[in-house]
Design a binder for this molecule. Structure first.
Ligand code: ATP
Length: 316
């Protein structure tokens, strides 16, 4: 594992507001880290400190081994940043804008031409290169922002809400592009779109009120749901009360909940264990016919709420 981003005890206070309050985590090559949190959690402020746009109140950030305060130029050379809303110079064309950014990045001549062509190709904006940015759709504007971020082929990408406000097709295209780049980069993506946990990320950090509340894989996040591995089950021709009593008596079951309209029961396992096989075996051993039986995944919206609601204990 090659560590690319190391964040230690990072904080930013705006007067009495502790926007970021002692955040620590690291990101390795090949990781796409979904940085999740409700509005005002401190995501953008953290990203601005990683990229050197804001000075921390305390704490350290290292990008590819370079300290953001000691060596800001090396840090900027090793990362690409897509700020929230992907601002760009509206009256420029993508071609002019990318050439301008390439120049700032110190590229000239054939190198500049090659970098612009390659970023435009990867971001799929080759057909709009000579159209003013202000006349482009939101999706294309975002892709121009992405092309700007990947122009110098940096090993680290920091993307602030890259799919926010895009339609489903545009979201899909931007996610595909990020997935294509994931293998050889370390990427942080801030989002409050929970479907991106699975569509994009192989790791998640959840923050609320400036503090890290969870750090783990999407699977571990989902496993925090009370519905994780719960089994919905219905049996034909049986008195519901008797069936509920039977389910409650099983030693691997922690709770049983009646579903609407005689649809059977939701059975909660002890310690989130997988119980589908054991449960169906026990039911069949009683000579009953199973009408329906399926295990549930965790519900991310419920997990997100329980982790990020104010005054909730840390769930990490
Ligand atoms: N320049 C500033 N001055 C004062 N307070 C600020 C400043 N920038 C951010 N904040 C406050 O810091 C907190 C964290 O803001 P931040 O923008 O980092 O959150 P976020 O998680 O990115 O939210 P969102 O999802 O809405 O973009 C908020 O309470 C915000 O109002």
């Amino acid at each position: 594992m090659t560590l690319r981003i190391e964040i230690d005890d990072l904080a930013k206070h705006f007067g009495a507001i502790k926007a970021v309050d002692g955040v620590s985590f690291s990101v390795s090559k090949g990781e796409v880290l979904g940085f999740l949190g409700p509005n005002g959690a401190g995501k953008s402020t953290t990203m601005k400190m990683i990229t050197g746009f804001l000075t921390p109140t305390h704490g350290t950030v290292r990008v590819c081994g370079y300290d953001v305060l000691q060596d800001p130029i090396s840090v900027k050379a090793h990362l690409g940043y897509l700020p929230e809303g992907a601002p760009a110079y509206a009256d420029m064309t993508p071609d002019g804008f990318l050439k301008f950014i390439a120049e700032i990045r110190g590229l000239s001549g054939a190198d500049r031409k090659r970098a612009v062509a390659s970023a435009a190709e990867r971001a799929r904006i080759t057909t709009v290169m000579h159209q003013p940015i202000e006349t482009l759709s939101k999706g294309y504007k975002r892709r121009v922002g992405l092309a700007q971020a990947i122009l110098h082929n940096p090993p680290v990408l920091i993307l602030d809400e890259p799919t926010d406000g895009l339609d489903p097709n545009q979201k899909h295209e931007v996610r595909t592009l990020i997935n294509e780049m994931a293998e050889d980069k370390a990427i942080i993506i801030s989002t409050h779109i929970l479907e991106e946990v699975h569509a994009l990320c192989n790791r998640n950090v959840v923050i609320a009120n400036g503090k890290v509340r969870f750090d783990g894989t999407p699977h571990e996040l989902e496993a925090k749901s009370r519905y994780y591995n719960a089994v919905c089950v219905n049996v034909a021709n049986i008195e519901q009360q008797a069936f509920e009593t039977f389910l409650t008596s099983l030693d691997f079951v922690s709770d049983v909940e009646a579903l609407d309209a005689q649809a059977g029961f939701r059975v909660y396992p002890k310690q989130g264990a997988q119980i589908t096989a054991e449960l169906s075996e026990k039911i069949r051993a009683n000579g009953w016919d199973i009408d329906a039986l399926h295990a549930e995944h965790g519900r991310l919206d419920e997990v997100f709420r329980s982790i990020t609601m104010p005054n909730t204990e840390s769930s990490n």
